[in-house]
Structure formats: structure tokens, C-alpha cells
Design a protein. Structure first.
Length: 238
């Protein structure tokens, strides 16, 4: 598999499940077998992922990216032995971090849920092809990633404004909106990928979808309070 297919979610999931370390090895830059230069995408992703791991409290040295050709058996053995030695020094996940595995797993799970949002928010940077590997080192700043997580965007359907038109429900790519005919819609925050489709497609005359950044999302209405009773041209909630 091309290293360009390695997703942020794969790496975070491995650490969430207790992996001591993750190494990604692929073709040398400029020698892509698939003519897609996916290894540049892997390099970009790896630097972002290291910052995310650091934010979660995981030592970034536990993630490593190496270029190894198919004929470089000796180099492959040397790289793996060196990485194994690094992991022995760090110890099991949590040992060098001063945190319990459960605590780290919880933080990593929260980050994993934000992967679609992170990829969307950083899509322009993730698509960059820089001239040299060294330039990627400065691509993502610690403060930038911290702000990205702190100011994460959420979407909320205002009960008093929702007309249960089902437009946002039908257009949501993650099937994260619960509702139906004559039923006020609710965004399932655990399923929501923060893409903003609901915000974009909600008819302006309703303006029922609110964009929330850096603040808690109000709790959803109980289902028995979500019924819209229509009377003539107007509508009221039961």
C-alpha cells in the first residue's frame, strides 16, 4: 500500500489501542511506484500527526517515517533495530509520558473523532508539495494545533427556528442529523464531522443551524418536545 494512503485516523487508532510505537516505511521521495507521489502526502500527514500526538500527551518520537527501497534490506533492518531501541528507552505507552494508558486512550479517542474536521480545516496545508523534506518541519506549529483543537467548530439546530424541512438531514454526509417530518432536527455531536454542510444548506429564511466555536453545545431537546404541529401557514411546537 502507498504511504499516501496512511490516514491520521489509522495512526491515532493504533496508539489508542496501546501501540508502543508506529513506523511508516515507503518509497524514497521522487521514486513513487504509483506516480502519485503519495509519499509527500505521508510526510505532510506525519508532521501534523506528531503535533496532534504531542497535544494528546504522547511523545512524538513514538511515530516515525522512513524511506526504504525494496532492495534495501540492510537499511530496513537498521531502521527497525534503531526504532526498536528508541521504543525500549521510552517504554510502554504512558511510561515516558507520565500518564496512564486509559487517560491517553481517552484523549486519543477524542482526537480521532475530530480527524474529519482536522483534515477539512487543514486541507490547504495537507495538499502542499514543498521543495524539500526540511520545509515540512515548520509546516505545523504547536500553538496552531492547540488553537485548532480548542476552537473546534460544532453545529447546533435551534429548536425554535427549525421547520423540520429535512434538507439538512438529507444532505448530511455523515448521517449525523436525527429528525423526520414534523420533528425538530438534532445534530448527533458524536457522529458530526464538522463539515458545515447543514449550516450551508439550511434555507436562509429559517437560519436554524448555528455555528459554535470554542463553546459547549446546548443539550438537545427530549424527543417528546421535538414535534412540530403545523396549523395553516404557521407552525408551533407541542
Amino acid at each position: 500500500m502507498c504511504t499516501g494512503r496512511v490516514d491520521l485516523a489509522f495512526v491515532l487508532r493504533a496508539f489508542q489501542k496501546g501501540a508502543t510505537g508506529v513506523i511508516i516505511a515507503g518509497c524514497w521521495l521522487g521514486e513513487c511506484h504509483y506516480v502519485t507521489e503519495g509519499n509527500y502526502d505521508a510526510l505532510n500527514m506525519m508532521h501534523l500527526c506528531k503535533k496532534l500526538l504531542e497535544h494528546a500527551g504522547v511523545r512524538p518520537e513514538r511515530l516515525r517515517l522512513e524511506w526504504v527501497g525494496a532492495s534495501e534490506g540492510i537499511r530496513f533492518a537498521e531502521v527497525m533495530n534503531d526504532f526498536a531501541n528508541t521504543l525500549r528507552e521510552l517504554g510502554p505507552l504512558g511510561a515516558a509520558e507520565g500518564a496512564t494508558p486509559d487517560h491517553l486512550a481517552s484523549r486519543l479517542a477524542a482526537l480521532a473523532r475530530l480527524v474529519p474536521y482536522i483534515k477539512l480545516a487543514k486541507r490547504e496545508k495537507l495538499a502542499l508539495r514543498l521543495k524539500s523534506p526540511e520545509e515540512y518541519l515548520q509546516l505545523y506549529a504547536t500553538d496552531e494545533v492547540a488553537a485548532l483543537i480548542r476552537d473546534v467548530v460544532s453545529y447546533y439546530v435551534e429548536p425554535e427556528l427549525c421547520q423540520a424541512c429535512m434538507i439538512c438531514l438529507r444532505r448530511c454526509p455523515a448521517d449525523a442529523i436525527a429528525g423526520g417530518k414534523n420533528l425538530i432536527h438534532v445534530v448527533d455531536q458524536d457522529k458530526c464531522i464538522k463539515c458545515g454542510t447543514c449550516f450551508d444548506v439550511c434555507p436562509p429564511r429559517f437560519g436554524a443551524v448555528r455555528k459554535i466555536s470554542g463553546a459547549p453545545v446546548p443539550p438537545p431537546l427530549p424527543e417528546e418536545a421535538r414535534v412540530v404541529v403545523r396549523k395553516g401557514k404557521g407552525a408551533r411546537r407541542e
